[in-house]
Structure formats: structure tokens, C-alpha cells
Design a protein around this ligand. Structure first.
Ligand SMILES: C[S@@+](CC[C@H](N)C(=O)[O-])C[C@H]1O[C@@H](n2cnc3c(N)ncnc32)[C@H](O)[C@@H]1O
Length: 183
């Protein structure tokens, strides 16, 4: 079994509510999440990187390691991310604390299990994202569920709009990418 899968399954067994997925994202889903990002995006923040499947795709798109910051709650994942991605800033803290970042971020990419996060925490996470994003910049989130991942209440309170991508059947379970913008 690949080393990152061993780490993922081990952390899933210890923290099922936080990890909340049976396996890491597929390369197909990671590419869909990172589509459109590149050197011109500027600073990118990733929420809930886990073993770094989306991180790898973001860097492969040409985002410089120095422009990428990761917020990951699980300390074992943070240790592994620091070893795998030199030059990337890894912060062992909940995504809600990203509100401390400087404004002007070009994209927030989220692998958080948003549907299993209570609405008041979800509001804190999405609110933090749109506090640091520059106007018009996207919050990119995937979901396995049939409905948009951000609850209607949070979406309305923050005046969010979204574009919905096609279902990615190569992922286990199949997933869909949503790009949220404000205003
Ligand atoms: C479903 S896994 C996704 C991992 C990876 N992004 C992927 O797509 O393969 C969710 C990750 O979010 C992390 N997480 C959960 N709640 C979080 C929060 N509030 N802030 C930061 N990370 C969180 C978990 O520790 C876990 O690594």
C-alpha cells in the first residue's frame, strides 16, 4: 500500500469525523480542483490538504511553493506535508484561522468535508475564505453529495454565487467541483 494511503487510513481510523473520506482524492478530482490556477493567480490558500493530493495538483499548475499556504488540523498530516512540499507554508490550525492571512489571496482550494461540518463552523470557514480572497477570486470546493456543498443559509448570508462542474466518476466516491464567488 502506498505510504500516503497508509497515513490516510491510519488518521481516518483515529479521527473519522475530521477526515471524513474513505480514500484521498483521485488525480482526476485534484486536476479539476486546480484547473485555471497558475503563476498569475498569486497567493493560494488550501484548506484540509490531508496527504496533499490537491496540493500536488496546485503546484503542478505552476503556483510557486512560496505562494501556497496550507491549513490542516491534523498534526500527522502536517508533518508529512512539510516533508513532501518544501517551501510551502503548512499551518497546523483550523481553516477558520485563515482569517489572519493577509488579504488579496487569488484562490482558496478546499478539501474540507464541508457537509459533515456544522453550519456555524461552516459559516466561520467560508467567512474566513471571503475575508482573505481578493474581489472576484474563487473559493473552490468539491462535494460527494447531490447538493451544493455550502448550505443555503451560509450562501445567502455571504451573497455567494457558484458554478458547478461535471460529476467526476473516476473519483471514489464520484465528486463534483463547485467554484464560489461573492457578490
Ligand atoms: C476528506 S479529507 C481531504 C484530504 C485531501 N484534501 C484530499 O482531497 O484527498 C479532509 C481533511 O480536512 C482536514 N480538516 C477537517 N476539518 C478541518 C478544519 N476545520 N480545518 C483544517 N483542516 C480540517 C482533515 O484533517 C483532513 O485532512
Amino acid at each position: 500500500m502506498p505510504r500516503d494511503l497508509v497515513l490516510f487510513v491510519g488518521q481516518l481510523l483515529r479521527n473519522p469525523r475530521e477526515v471524513s473520506a474513505i480514500v484521498p482524492s483521485s488525480r482526476a478530482l485534484a486536476l479539476a480542483m486546480a484547473q485555471g490556477l497558475g503563476p498569475a493567480t498569486g497567493r493560494v490558500v488550501e484548506f484540509g490538504p490531508g496527504t496533499g493530493k490537491l496540493t500536488r495538483a496546485i503546484l503542478d499548475q505552476g503556483v510557486a511553493p512560496a505562494d501556497l499556504t496550507l491549513y490542516e488540523m491534523n498534526p500527522a498530516f502536517c508533518d508529512s506535508l512539510r516533508a513532501r512540499f518544501p517551501g510551502v507554508r503548512v499551518i497546523n490550525a483550523p481553516a477558520q484561522e485563515a482569517v489572519r492571512e493577509l488579504a488579496g489571496v487569488g484562490a482558496v482550494v478546499s478539501g474540507l468535508p464541508l457537509l459533515s461540518i456544522p453550519p456555524e463552523i461552516q459559516r466561520g470557514i467560508i467567512g474566513a475564505a471571503f475575508t482573505i480572497l481578493r474581489p472576484g477570486a474563487p473559493y473552490i470546493q468539491f462535494t460527494y453529495g447531490p447538493k451544493p456543498p455550502v448550505t443555503e443559509g451560509v450562501s445567502a448570508a455571504l451573497k455567494l454565487r457558484f458554478d458547478q462542474g461535471p460529476r467526476i466518476w473516476q473519483n471514489l466516491p464520484p465528486a463534483r467541483v463547485y467554484r464560489y464567488t461573492q457578490g
